[in-house]
Design a protein around this ligand. Structure first.
Ligand SMILES: [Zn+2]
Length: 215
């Protein structure tokens, strides 16, 4: 199956895409990973993408689509994939549809992960990461034994910049502004399913499998 996941930052879609990849053997294709990988591989498109990023600019849609085309053509993605983080705008959704048509492929399901924003805010703003080993804690749901100190290596815990409440609010605003038109694009094509994304990851995964089985 060819899938796209949508959801607010911290809504758990990345976790679900990884679970699905591990259990159904089709890869999670996240635009962040593609950018990191192609830049590391030093391809022509990778160099081009890097020029924009080094200048602090967004990578243009045409470049992003080129990178996605290269990724979808790799053997592991031919039997199916989950796109995560793309498309974010209507223009990108249209470009993706044209790309897939040119490859004689199509999206089978667009899954919207729905979760209320206060839940996301609590989840993300309570997260703490250790400086030494990247161990992850949560002040409320998974606290370390000693406040502010990693249980594994005793190093201090910190909050990632991305998890600061102002940053989360800004990312949510961008999501709320852009995503309705993208969801509508898939809804009119009969491809959109909405999923309750509250709860632990196995509960949400069971809902996801159910939604895909009904597809
Ligand atoms: Zn640690």
């Amino acid at each position: 199956m060819n899938l796209i996941f949508f959801g607010p930052p911290g809504g758990g879609k990345g976790t679900q895409a990884r679970l699905l990849a591990a259990r159904r053997e089709f890869p999670q294709i996240s635009t962040g990973d593609i950018l990191r990988e192609t830049i590391a591989a030093g391809t022509a498109l990778g160099h081009e993408a890097r020029r924009y990023m080094d200048a602090g600019d967004l990578v243009p849609d045409a470049v992003m689509i080129g990178l996605i085309a290269e990724r979808l053509d790799q053997p592991d993605a031919r039997g199916g994939f989950t796109l995560d983080g793309f498309p974010r705008t209507l223009h990108q959704a249209q470009a993706l549809e044209r790309l897939l048509a040119s490859m004689e492929r199509a999206i089978d399901r667009a899954v919207e992960f729905r979760i209320d924003e206060e839940t996301v805010m609590r989840r993300l703003s309570g997260r703490r990461v250790c400086r030494a080993g990247g161990h992850i804690y949560h002040v409320e749901f998974a606290p370390p034994q000693r406040e502010g100190i990693c249980d594994h290596d005793g190093s201090p815990l910190r909050q990632r910049d991305d998890d600061q409440p102002e940053v989360i609010r800004r990312r949510m605003e961008v999501y709320r502004r852009e995503i309705p038109s993208v969801l509508e694009f898939y809804r009119v094509r009969g491809l959109l399913v909405a999923l309750d994304a509250a709860g632990d990851e196995e509960t949400v995964y069971a809902r996801l499998e159910e939604a895909l089985a009904a597809a």
